[in-house]
Design a protein around this ligand. Structure first.
Ligand code: GLN
Length: 316
């Protein structure tokens, strides 16, 4: 084992031990099925751009991706349709709103602010669906599996149905966007696809590999598969950096300093370009909707491993 690998492994074990005791946070109840999860589950995973995967804790426990799916559907849309077509429907600006404030569109254009918030992700999902409505779910599952180096991925039917049954806030925003002609498809169909990709099952290990694929210029470090056009990764990482953690995004960029995306299932995926992908899973959320242990873990790892994008001096 190289010194670097040993250092990384020691850092993962230390952070897991330190953060396991953090008891704060609560489970989101607006998707009832998500309250059934064990709040004690806690995993940290890392995949370097050389393809070395290291994990600690419940790294093979599967949970639904929720908002962590957003950077990947955005990547798919850029790949399928190009920057211009996608950004006719969605902006890149931060919202500055709390994670539950979903019913706001930009003044003037009426476009959703960016593809990392629900409105923007729903607009992007509609674009992917329009390419071919018949195989949209399969296309998303196949693309995510390539990012994760998995043969196939599946959808948690119970969580999908649970969100579909209670998802009126997303329904409202989707109808508003259709009014502004930012969505073409029938709203129920576009939302079905959105709820489905939010309910794709992945483990913390899978998310680290998906993040590492983004860290490695779109090439999966385990399979060598070029999943995303080399020139597009920078756009995905930029919207993650600016918008990945709701209205905590500025503070997270300040403290941790890497592109990331969090999800209400308790996952946070982080990308250290040219170096590694990281993922944390711990379900209890803070008031901003971000995993309590997830934030603490990434703050610690950034400091210990020198991950901040704008860090001066030292080795990267
Ligand atoms: N499916 C969830 C929703 O639309 C995703 C939100 C999230 O993870 N932030 O509300």
């Amino acid at each position: 084992m190289s010194q670097r690998t040993a250092d990384l492994q020691a850092a993962l074990h230390d952070v897991h031990r330190r953060c396991a005791g953090l008891g704060a946070g609560s489970l989101p109840d607006y998707i009832p099925e998500l309250t059934k999860v064990d709040p004690a589950l806690f995993a940290v995973a890392c995949c370097t751009v050389d393809g070395a995967v290291q994990t600690v804790g419940d790294a093979d426990h599967q949970f639904t991706m929720q908002s962590v799916s957003k950077p990947f559907v955005y990547a798919m849309a850029l790949e399928a349709l190009g920057l211009e077509a996608v950004h006719r429907r969605v902006g890149v600006e931060p919202t500055g709103y709390a994670f539950y404030s979903m019913i706001r569109l930009q003044e003037g254009t009426n476009k959703p602010h960016n593809p990392m918030v629900n409105a923007g992700a729903i607009a992007v999902t509609d674009l992917i669906r329009a390419v071919n409505p018949d195989d949209a779910t399969e296309r998303i599952l196949a693309c995510f599996a390539r990012f994760a180096a998995r043969d196939r991925m599946t959808i948690d039917d119970a969580v999908y149905r649970s969100e579909r049954a209670t998802g009126d806030r997303n329904r409202a925003i989707a109808y508003l966007m259709r009014h502004f002609r930012l969505i073409d498809g029938p709203v129920p169909d576009t939302l079905d696809l959105y709820f489905q990709h939010c309910a794709i099952l992945a483990s913390c290990r899978d998310l680290a590999v998906m993040a590492a694929t983004l860290a490695n210029a779109g090439r999966n470090p385990l399979t060598g598969d070029q999943v995303l056009d080399v020139g597009l990764g920078q756009y995905v990482l930029t919207v993650m950096f600016v918008n990945g953690l709701y209205d905590y995004s500025g503070r997270f960029a300040f403290e941790v300093g890497v592109p990331a995306k969090s999800a209400v299932s308790g996952a946070i995926l982080a990308v250290v370009p040219g170096r590694m992908g990281l993922a944390v899973f711990s379900p209890p959320l803070d008031e901003g909707g971000n995993s309590v242990r997830g934030i603490a873990t990434l703050e610690y790892l950034s400091e210990r491993l020198g991950l901040h994008t704008f860090r001066s001096g030292g080795e990267r």
